[in-house]
Design a protein around this ligand. Sequence first.
Ligand SMILES: Cc1cc2nc3c(=O)[nH]c(=O)nc-3n(C[C@H](O)[C@H](O)[C@H](O)COP(=O)(O)OP(=O)(O)OC[C@H]3O[C@@H](n4cnc5c(N)ncnc54)[C@H](O)[C@@H]3O)c2cc1C
Length: 337
Amino acid sequence: MAAVVVGGGLVGLAVALELARRGVGVTCLERSVPGAEASSAAAGILAPRVEAHGDGPARALGLQSLALYEGWLESMGASPGFRRSGALVVGDTCPDADARSLSGASLSRIAPGLAAKCAWWLPDEAVVDTRRLVGGVRDACIALGVRVVTATVHRVERGGVCLIDGEIIPGEVVVCAGAWTASVGGLEGVPVRPVRGQLVALGDTQATSAVVFGPGGYLVPRTDEVVVGSTVEEVGFTRGVTAVGVRHILDHALGLAPSLADAAFLRSWSNFRPGSPDGWPLVGALAGVWLATGHYRNGVLLAPLTAKLLVAAMLDGDPLPAAWAPDRFLRRAGFGV
Ligand SMILES: Cc1cc2nc3c(=O)[nH]c(=O)nc-3n(C[C@H](O)[C@H](O)[C@H](O)COP(=O)(O)OP(=O)(O)OC[C@H]3O[C@@H](n4cnc5c(N)ncnc54)[C@H](O)[C@@H]3O)c2cc1C
């Protein structure tokens, strides 16, 4: 079998890698630099218990993907700053059945800069440095013979894709075009939209060693900086960082950890989460092609599991999670499924 993966973000690269490992000849078509969009922009939080907001398939699938992470990275020989940092959640409401309350010296040891005197502690949540992650997966793909090609896909259909210059590339099609999925010809009805998020990096490594979630933002420790975020904006594909966005982020970050007021402002950036109507991905077959898109706030977390399950469905006919079925809203929208 030959496969054509549309989009070389983390999801597309993860799918390409899994297909190549199963002996499929893969061409990955990326119009820009692999990983240059949402995937390398992401904060790198791997926190299924916080993101799922309760028990259910989202939590279970997130936990499965997190459990795959270390082995997935080891299999590539990549070490992009994956760390079981744990996560602290500041607020009155217990975020998850696994959370326990932390205060006093135990809390200060983990997050000396935190203003709050107590927080909910989830020790198994993790972080990964997305700046390095995408390069590691891309290199593993190339080492296995995946052809990563700079090209813009105009249209997809059963059995192949058509590029903007008219060239046809045959193969089983997998669309991993992130926020741009609905702009690919043939997929105009797919309800994936861009949701802009801005982030700021500050020159601090002391305020916290764990991810911190507050009521309006988060802090993500890296070896050389802390990433603070984020905005959630419905502005279409308008790129950029705004004054009000940065003010919002810094207000929340300094509220969580006042000591960050003295940290150097290193940089700011933004990109587009691929949002779906319920915030969970669309992974499965649709009108003769395969989709792996709409991962919204959790595409970094869910990339290994998405690749594993999608490729098992493609090659072995295994069932995919119903919670990710593309036709859960497309039937209602009248899309041909
Ligand atoms: C500010 C921010 C913070 C985030 N933080 C986290 C986090 O902490 N944890 C987490 O799990 N997730 C996080 N996310 C979400 C995560 O980044 C996304 O869910 C994930 O990166 C989606 O991966 P993707 O490969 O689908 O999309 P992308 O990385 O956007 O890749 C899609 C690729 O498709 C290419 N493409 C599009 N159309 C075409 C075409 N026609 N032809 C060829 N190529 C095409 C694009 O150029 C792009 O490279 C965050 C996102 C943002 C914006």
